[in-house]
Write a protein that binds this ligand. Structure first.
Ligand SMILES: N[C@@H](CCC(=O)N[C@@H](CS)C(=O)NCC(=O)O)C(=O)O
Length: 213
């Protein structure tokens, strides 16, 4: 398999965590978002949305959308599973993942922030309000969803699908100044995951294209 991603991309980070949790070896090809490589012809052929990640499977299929990629990995390499036992806990795991993927992360994506600054005249203060209202608001909802689940991780005592989305979202929120201090459960899970080898391997700072300092 080959992953096309970017070290600091939260959506790429989700896929890296899943690959690490499932002990899947893969090749990695960086797509430098700051250099605009996501808009190159080569990458548009992989993902017409000009976003990372994309995953090329061993059979040569090119997959996009991190949630779809994680479901593909789950279907093709079911062991260890990213999903909890039972239909309702599985639906809850997917609901947390989808809330972060569709209600939080899109509002803080690079191109959206660039557009708001250049076309919307957002200064740093208004951008901070935006980020705390939209991604921060969706994260506050996830904190409430997590109050209804039990265990050391988002759902249960083993890391899974919801954590693959939560940890990158916390990383991005910290990076962009979203106030996460009130999210006790999310902070607890975040700290726990920092010590887990799969999450450590997938961490942005440990990627070949990471820029230090
Ligand atoms: N829903 C997509 C989101 C992908 C996404 O937003 N990727 C970001 C990085 S986290 C990106 O490529 N941004 C490039 C840009 O904004 O130009 C997924 O889950 O794969």
């Amino acid at each position: 398999m080959k992953l096309f991603g970017y070290w600091r991309s939260s959506a790429s980070y989700r896929v890296r965590i899943a690959l690490a949790l499932k002990n899947i070896d893969y090749e990695y090809e960086p797509v430098n978002l700051l250099a605009g490589e996501q808009k190159s012809d080569a990458h548009l052929a992989r993902n017409p949305l000009a976003l990372v990640p994309a995953l090329k499977t061993d059979e040569g299929a090119v997959l996009t959308q991190s949630l779809a990629i994680l479901e593909y990995l789950e279907e093709t390499r079911p062991d260890p599973s990213l999903l909890p036992h039972g239909a309702a806990p599985r639906a809850n795991a997917r609901a947390i993942a989808l809330t972060l993927a569709s209600e939080a992360q899109p509002f803080m994506n690079l191109r959206i922030q660039q557009y708001l600054k250049s076309e919307g005249g957002f200064d740093d203060e208004v951008m901070k309000q935006w980020l705390n209202t939209w991604p921060g608001g969706a994260m506050a909802a996830v904190e409430k969803m997590l109050a209804r689940t039990a265990g050391d991780y988002s759902i249960g005592d083993t890391p899974g699908l919801a954590d693959c989305f939560l940890i990158p979202q916390m990383f991005a929120a910290n990076r962009f100044g979203v106030d996460v201090s009130g999210f006790a459960k999310m902070n607890e899970i975040y700290e726990r995951c920092q010590k887990h080898p799969a999450f450590e391997k997938a961490h942005p700072d440990n990627q070949p294209d990471a820029v230090k300092g």
